[in-house]
Design a protein around this ligand. Sequence first.
Ligand code: HEM
Length: 244
Amino acid sequence: MTQVDLQSYPVWDRPTRWFHWINFVCVVALAAIGTAILFDKELGVTDAGKTLLKTTHVLIGYVFAINLGWRIVWAFIGNRHANWSAILPFGKGYGTELKSYLRALIRGDANAYLGHNPVARLMVSALLALLVVQAATGLVLAGTDIYYPPFGYWIAGWIAAPGVDPSTIAPYSKTGVDPTAWEAMRSFRSPFVTVHYWTFYALLLMIALHIVGAIVTELREGGGIISAMFTGRKILSRKPQDAP
Ligand code: HEM
């Protein structure tokens, strides 16, 4: 029997792991509620039910957006695997590394990495970009749909008829609303709805690729990459390319 030397390496720091799992729970909940908002008529949701769905979606959306904002900050101060330099698909030698990784992958002998491998960097960057777009458009929709923060008070002030206190304007009510300003606000909001809608589908696709990518990497390279997002450690039998 051949003996294999296994070595355990610290990889994902605690804040990165917390971000990952809070993000996972929020995205699953937001996608599920978003689907219910999208198919409200088919599901027979009442007007009151729709308002409840949207309010719940927005409240979970705040947790999601704050968690994402925190991860963006952490990418400047976290450990070297959590850092932008280990995430973004740029930087010195990235192109060469990607080519060598792909060549080895095709040979069936992919190089092991502690942090994201060069293909995963493309995937994770795309995922983060889509999450940022979804958070930003969602916050605008929260303001234009149910007048929730951070933009809600300003939006209500925009559509309020002269002399009307913006805080008295209720979602889905035309009382106190200036019809011209209302139309202008709906036109302003329309592209945000479109982007939020298509980013939702793009995210579903990227999430599926992310899960397949993690499973394929685990099978080909080993390292316990899935349990590493719980324990923070990877266990490898080969020296990783990005070893300290
Ligand atoms: C990964 C995160 C998210 C996903 C997957 C998601 C998904 C969706 C989907 C599928 C819809 C229905 C779209 C439509 O009716 O055309 C929707 C609507 C909405 N989302 Fe999100 N969303 C996310 C994040 C957020 C965030 C962070 C907020 C705000 C804090 C937000 C606020 C809204 C609002 C207000 C609506 C209702 C828009 C309307 O009916 O006009 N979403 N979302």
